[in-house]
Design a binder for this molecule. Structure first.
Ligand SMILES: Nc1ncnc2c1ncn2[C@@H]1O[C@H](COP(=O)(O)OP(=O)(O)OP(=O)(O)O)[C@@H](O)[C@H]1O
Length: 623
């Protein structure tokens, strides 16, 4: 048993919470209002009771909502669909990042500022978990990142205890399972078991306050009851305060709650432990043979649609202000604030997890490296044993261009990884498990390793078989160039994935950009022959600089043998006597290999940065 037994729970009071958002349809609605007014004037005789359409610049989603949840209470947040339950839950858990919020959140009667979030844990409606991790590893990851002061042994004990608390001891080493990025399915936990893992992740820090958004959604009734009983046990054994939004619980689940709060159309109409009695006072008596939860929800819908809605809301507001507020007593419990973990530790744990994920789901890695081997061999076979002769110049340039093109396109295979990891990242970031930067670094570290292997294998196999310029300096500089072409293309795809948040859009924009890059690389059409209107595009084309650098490595000061070809009586004269003439023909003789490679490195840094900024600022969890 935990040493903090029954000391963790807190009292949560929220006062006059109002939430407003911008009305994005404002202009459209104004137009409709004007049209309606015109119609009213034109058609007054037929429609004398016509009322104006109400249009506001801001929408009020929650209006002056207040309540108190005592230490150790299991509280249900109920209401019809769209009434504002999830919004209220998000505000109480301080997860709302959009809109205007006013009102107060008090822990044990005090405003605790920034520290507030550290007392809470939030379990989302969807289970967003890493498919390749086991139950133990998933919960341990949260313990590692959220409990920096604990020894390894204590963390393991805590995780084992949580696994027992959520009833998953028998599934401790089972994989989460599900659909992997790219579509492969691995068998793992059932829906109910995944729900328990998500709850376990929320429990591992021994939080004072736990928020759960629809904890029973998607579960069969037996599993739902079992999950809710687990939560009730936690309130009793650990004193946790738990608030769960819930839609339509079966009778047995409804009875487990110590308190029920009912929100209708953004206003609180009740908060207490005897809702049936309250509804009866209002004139809505629950028939004996009816599930009380169903009855409450039906009644809430009826109240929301009825004429007495405003009256009932006002009556409840008065009860709150005149009675409940005065009865709130503030428990005297010391609030110890959990410490935050350093970025380097976050990076360490994230890298460890990413590495394991790569090893357990090697399909993508094997496919990328395997393709690099096969295409390297095929390039090599087609261009085997090239000679430093005028006759082979076109083939040598072809090898360089094919290698660059292949390495530019291979990162498309990583789109599904970038997109699917984004979902997990969004959920974990919203739960404040780690900062975006160490996450990004761990992602790109593992990617850099794959990129390194692919570039090296692909280019080396081809370079050796085609017998390109044969000295150590040229070989290693060329390899470095191919690695950077591949790395910058990988970061480019990662940027597009983070900008768009969708795999189809990433593919569409990425392939379009690659075509433009190829076209303006100076290979098919030498730069001086590019159309005037678009010729400048090659200056902002990283692939052009890779091409220039590799051409310089291959041809600068290279002697070319002139082997004249004869065709009957006709002799084809040599086009190039040395490599510098080749560079001149392509209009790239004024560049140096170092300068153009430097620009490739700058482009790589640019895409590295844009990819991170897009990850950090865009496509966040939309709540
Ligand atoms: N940022 C926003 N912009 C516009 N409307 C919003 C915004 N946030 C919430 N709403 C609206 O506020 C209402 C309440 O949403 P909320 O998700 O809190 O309801 P809910 O009670 O949890 O519903 P459900 O039970 O169906 O999940 C909905 O009509 C929703 O469309």
């Amino acid at each position: 048993m935990d040493s903090n037994n029954n000391t963790k729970g807190v009292q949560l009071t929220f006062k006059n919470i109002t939430y407003r958002v911008e009305n994005k349809k404002y202009k459209k609605q104004l137009k409709k209002q004007a049209e309606a007014k015109k119609k009213k004037n034109d058609d007054y005789e037929n429609n004398p009771n016509f009322t104006d359409i109400k249009v506001e610049k801001e929408l009020t989603i929650l209006n002056n909502v207040s309540g108190v949840i005592e230490k150790g209470e299991l509280c249900a947040l109920m209401g019809p669909s769209g009434s504002g339950k999830s919004t209220l839950l998000d505000i109480l858990a301080e997860r709302k990042t959009t809109g205007k919020i006013t009102g107060k959140l008090l822990i044990n009667g005090k405003e605790v500022g920034e520290a507030y979030k550290k007392f809470c844990s939030y379990v989302t409606q969807e289970d967003v978990l890493l498919q390749t991790a086991t139950v133990f590893e998933t919960i341990k990851f949260y313990a590692d990142l959220k409990l920096p002061d604990m020894t390894e042994e204590d963390k393991v004990n805590r995780v084992e205890q949580v696994i027992e608390d959520v009833g998953l001891t028998h599934r401790r080493d089972a994989m989460i399972g599900g659909i992997l990025p790219g579509g492969i399915f691995i068998k793992g936990l059932s829906g109910g078991e995944k729900r328990r893992v998500s709850i376990g992740c929320g429990l591992v820090t021994n939080p004072s306050l736990i928020f759960l958004d629809e904890p029973t959604s998607g579960l069969d009734s037996v599993t739902a009851l079992s999950v809710m009983r687990t939560l009730l046990d936690l309130t009793k054994t650990k004193g946790c305060t738990i608030i769960a939004s819930i839609h339509q619980p079966r009778g047995e689940i409804f009875e487990l709650f110590n308190k029920v709060m009912v929100v209708i159309k953004g206003k609180m109409i009740y908060s207490g432990s005897n809702i049936l009695e309250y509804f009866e006072q209002l004139g809505y008596k629950c028939p004996n043979n009816m599930n009380p939860a169903d009855y409450c929800l039906d009644t809430a819908v009826e109240i929301g649609d009825g004429d007495r809605y405003e009256e009932i809301c006002t009556q409840w507001q008065k009860t709150w202000e005149n009675e409940i507020v005065n009865e709130i007593t503030q428990p005297q419990i010391a609030l110890e604030k959990p410490k935050a973990i350093g970025l380097q530790y976050q990076y360490y744990y994230l890298l460890k997890r990413s590495w394991k994920d790569l090893l357990r789901n090697p399909g993508n890695f094997i496919a990328r490296v395997g393709t690099a081997v096969v295409t390297g061999l095929l390039y090599g076979a087609c261009f085997a044993g090239l000679k430093e002769t005028d006759k082979d110049v076109q083939k040598i340039i072809g090898v360089i261009f094919f290698l660059i093109t292949g390495l530019n396109l291979t990162p498309f295979a990583a789109i599904s990884i970038f997109i699917s990891q984004r979902t997990l990242f969004n959920a974990e970031r919203a739960s404040k498990v780690y900062h975006s930067f160490p996450y990004y670094l761990s992602l790109v570290t593992v990617e850099a390793l794959v990129v390194f292997l692919v570039a090296l294998i692909n280019a080396m196999v081809c370079y050796l078989l085609a017998h390109l310029r044969w000295d150590a300096g040229s070989f290693f500089f060329a390899m470095l160039n191919y690695f950077f072409v591949h790395l910058l293309s990988d970061y480019l795809i990662c940027t597009l994935a983070n900008l768009t948040g969708a795999s189809d859009l990433t593919f569409a924009y990425g392939s379009g950009l690659s075509v433009v890059y190829m076209l303006f690389a100076g290979f098919f059409v030498p730069v001086q022959e590019l159309p005037k209107a678009f010729g400048w595009l090659h200056y902002i084309n990283p692939i052009f600089y890779s091409f220039v650098s590799l051409m310089q490595v291959q041809f600068k000061d290279l002697d070319l043998k002139c082997v004249e070809q004869t065709n009957g009586n006709y002799t084809i004269p040599c086009q190039f006597n040395n490599g510098n003439e080749v560079l001149m023909y392509y209009g790239i003789d004024e560049w140096t290999a170092g300068d153009s490679f430097g620009i490739v490195v700058l482009w790589t840094v640019f895409f590295f940065a844009t990819s991170y900024l897009a990850l950090h600022y865009l496509n966040k969890e939309k709540r």
